[in-house]
Ligand binder design. Structure first.
Ligand code: AMP
Length: 462
């Protein structure tokens, strides 16, 4: 069995791993660390929860301390791109933890918070910078940062980046990177479009896959109930009352849908919080902390807000609405059944969502067991408590529901732009509402001759 000592990592890193009580590398770490130590490019097909962050940051930190040099002002030696602020913050924290016995400086930059402090943080240069693409470009445009000195470039959650319309930002960033660099590319899923994107960034990569979709899905007991859209709230109350829930993530397709669910639950005296792109950074952090600490058992989330978030002990994933992209379903239910724990996914399927569920079952090669409506369901529907009134200040950041992603695009076109693929069909009665996670890829590869998969392909169980 491989141990961390087998990798030949710097002693300061091994000390940090011991302090964190990591004894055995996870499968992706075992597969990814040796080629990364040799300077190879890597294409990792892995979800959050597999230990991929340590998989890419440990060998990178090793490189940075083994080959030290003074950083130039307004530059970084390692650049990690992540699609959301939460994921960026999480990665930066991991790098700080793994590098705690070194002098490496780690900075995080993302939108939604004042830029000036980030400009100051970067003034002297840093070794590791974790960023969301929009804010990164803002900083570059303001001449607060240059990418000429990047030695290691990591693109995390590439499929999510595409979903969020970051493709143009990524292309721009790619042009600013020096040609000699090590590249690491991670994605939970690898449909054709993402493989093409990988081709643009990687050179002769080693490919490691730890989460074949079907395997992930098989570990989770899946149930589904046919129900009218307008009766879903009553069903949710019934599920919450009858299931033995430690922590449940409830997914809606839209931000306003998430808020509605929380208000309905509050009306029945059930405590829950929502996390989505219209919430302020402090509200999102607060909700996540409350969920992590167990203060609240129910977190209502949109796909984008929930991706990449690592919360252990999620016993249930409830699909209040069904995603129209099968991979999104895999991402959602992958939040449960972490590290061998039991997990349960329950899907509420309205008549117009049945085709989506059929697609999901085809792609995941799995079938969910029917969960019948409770016997007293009509009564539950009739007696459903009224939703709580929305608070006057909902924490919404103004009238523009797409602000988070617009912020991400600002560096590209002065803030007027809107990433592709963010408006979804109305599905839950909220007029003209933006559906998060609506996938639409228009990206075409520039260079078809470079194969993302021409390196060694290693498949291991995640
Ligand atoms: P990640 O997929 O990188 O977000 O990691 C998921 C979780 O696993 C994080 O909470 C890590 O701290 C933890 N983790 C990563 N590698 C190991 C390991 N080798 N042993 C124990 N825990 C780990």
């Amino acid at each position: 069995m491989t141990t961390f000592n087998d990798f030949g990592l710097h002693a300061d890193i091994n000390r940090a791993l011991a302090a964190k009580d990591y004894t055995t590398p996870t499968p992706i770490q075992t597969q990814a660390i040796p080629p990364l130590m040799k300077g190879r490019d890597l294409c990792g097909i892995a979800q959050t929860g597999t230990g991929k962050t340590a998989g890419f940051s440990l060998p990178s930190i090793h490189h940075l301390i083994t080959y030290p040099h003074k950083t130039n002002p307004r530059s970084c030696r390692m650049l990690v791109l992540a699609p959301t602020r939460e994921l960026a913050a999480q990665i930066a924290q991991s790098c700080r933890d793994y590098g705690r016995f070194t002098k490496l400086r780690v900075s995080t930059v993302f939108g939604g918070v004042p830029i000036n402090k980030q400009i100051r943080d970067l003034a002297q240069g840093v070794e590791i910078l974790v960023a969301t693409p929009g804010r990164l470009l803002d900083l570059i445009d303001q001449r607060a940062l240059r990418l000429d000195d990047v030695e290691i470039f990591v693109l995390d959650e590439a499929d999510q980046m595409m979903d969020m319309g970051f493709i143009h930002s990524l292309r721009r960033i790619a042009k600013l990177l020096p040609s000699r660099r090590q590249n690491l590319f991670f994605s939970a899923t690898m449909p054709k479009e993402i493989a093409h994107l990988a081709e643009q960034f990687l050179e002769d990569p080693v490919t490691v896959s730890v989460t074949p979709a079907a395997t992930t899905v098989e570990k989770i007991s899946q149930f589904s109930t046919f129900v009218e859209q307008k009766e879903k709230q009553a069903l949710l109350h019934s599920v919450i009352a009858s299931e033995d829930i430690d922590r449940a993530l409830i997914f809606t397709r839209t931000k306003h849908g998430a808020d509605r669910v929380v208000r309905h639950l509050a009306g029945a005296g059930i405590k829950a919080m929502a996390i989505h792109g219209n919430k302020s950074q402090s509200q999102r952090t607060h909700a996540l902390q409350a969920f992590r600490s167990g203060e609240i058992k129910l977190l209502v989330a949109t796909d984008i807000a929930a991706r990449g978030i690592d919360v252990s002990g999620v016993s249930h994933v409830i699909n209040f609405e069904i995603p129209n992209v099968p991979e999104q379903y895999v991402h959602r239910i992958g939040r449960t059944a972490r590290a061998g724990a039991e997990g349960k996914a329950i899907s509420f399927i309205a008549p117009d969502e049945r085709p989506y569920m059929r697609d999901i079952e085809r792609v995941t090669r799995s079938k969910s067991a029917p969960m019948p409506l409770p016997e007293n369901f009509n009564e539950l529907v009739r007696n459903l408590p009224k939703p709580a009134q929305p608070p006057r200040d909902t924490g919404s950041k103004g009238r523009d529901p797409n602000r988070q992603r617009q912020d991400a695009m600002r560096g590209r076109n002065g803030g007027a732009g809107k990433p592709q693929g963010e408006r979804g069909p109305r599905r839950d009665g909220a007029p003209g509402e933006a559906a998060e996670g609506q996938r639409k890829r228009r990206f075409r590869p520039r260079n078809k001759s470079v194969g993302a998969h021409k390196g060694a392909v290693k498949r291991v169980q995640g």
